[in-house]
Write a protein that binds this ligand. Structure first.
Ligand code: ADP
Ligand code: ADP
Length: 224
């Protein structure tokens, strides 16, 4: 699903990633952990094709994405990758349900199918009473969960998440990781998740430990 070889990234000649190799299989849930400044977000941005490595190759679903540019890169990203970030940018003039549905409508899926999937995701995320609320009528945690549902509406093959539970209380955070497992089991989706949450990091198949721009350890998790 994802193979990255010898990734390095320099910011104004300062090395931030110093040779990272990663392989993630289809349907795997991998967490990336490590102290602040280790390079986790930088790595996730490279794997998600949002930024380009200084050296190295990334292949996603058999496509060498480090060769794609412009429109073909944007198309590949929109079709295959879902992003969950902490700063969620919901559209303020639309309701929660509409925010979740919009990427599905844009993708051209039937309106009925999109609404059903949006309702399933919102319900699973504990938002069944919030369909018609606009973002400013929702708490920070609720807005984050709407953004998660929106990221998942088109069932992207691979989901890149940067601190997806950062705004959530511990119960909602645990439920979000459980949703990732449900989706993996149902749709074989693949998840790469950067997290500081030591309780949740093991709620994965595998933890990659980053330190000072490198992956220094790999911990296999017991299936929760
Ligand atoms: P983590 O996610 O593990 O906290 P980051 O990938 O955010 O680590 O950052 C790794 C290092 O790269 C840090 O020292 C950070 O200051 C630096 N860095 C990140 N982004 C940039 C940037 N755009 N320009 C310069 N330095 C950056
Ligand atoms: P969470 O734990 O999800 O962050 P909060 O404790 O912040 O939730 O909010 C509890 C309830 O208050 C939520 O159901 C939410 O809908 C409501 N609420 C929070 N902030 C606002 C707001 N600015 N306007 C209206 N309702 C709000």
């Amino acid at each position: 699903m994802l193979i990255a070889r010898n990734l390095t990234k320099n910011y104004s000649n300062l090395p931030v990633l110093k040779g990272v190799d990663i392989q993630v299989n289809k349907g795997e849930i991998v967490t990336i952990v490590g102290s602040s400044g280790a390079g986790k977000s930088t790595l996730l941005h490279l794997l998600g094709t949002l930024d380009t490595p200084t050296t190295g190759q990334i292949s996603l679903m058999g496509q060498e994405v480090t060769r794609l540019k412009g429109r073909s890169l944007a198309d590949f990203r929109n079709r295959n990758i879902g992003f969950i970030f902490q700063f969620h940018h919901l559209l303020p003039e639309f309701t929660a349900l509409e925010n979740v549905c919009i990427p599905g409508f844009i993708a051209g899926v039937s309106r009925k199918a999109v609404r059903e999937r949006a309702a399933f995701l919102l319900d699973t995320l504990g938002l069944s009473q919030r369909y018609d609320h606009k973002p400013n009528a929702l708490s920070g945690g609720e807005q984050q969960r709407v953004a998660v549902a929106r990221a998942l509406i088109n069932t992207p093959a691979i989901v890149m998440a940067d601190e997806p539970t950062g705004n959530l209380d511990s119960q909602n955070a645990r439920e979000l990781h459980q949703l990732f497992f449900t989706l993996r089991d149902q749709f074989s989706q693949t998840f790469v998740i950067v997290t500081h949450n030591e309780e949740l990091a093991p709620l994965s198949d595998r933890q990659l430990v980053m330190k000072d721009g490198k992956i220094v350890d790999e911990i296999l998790s017991a299936r929760p």
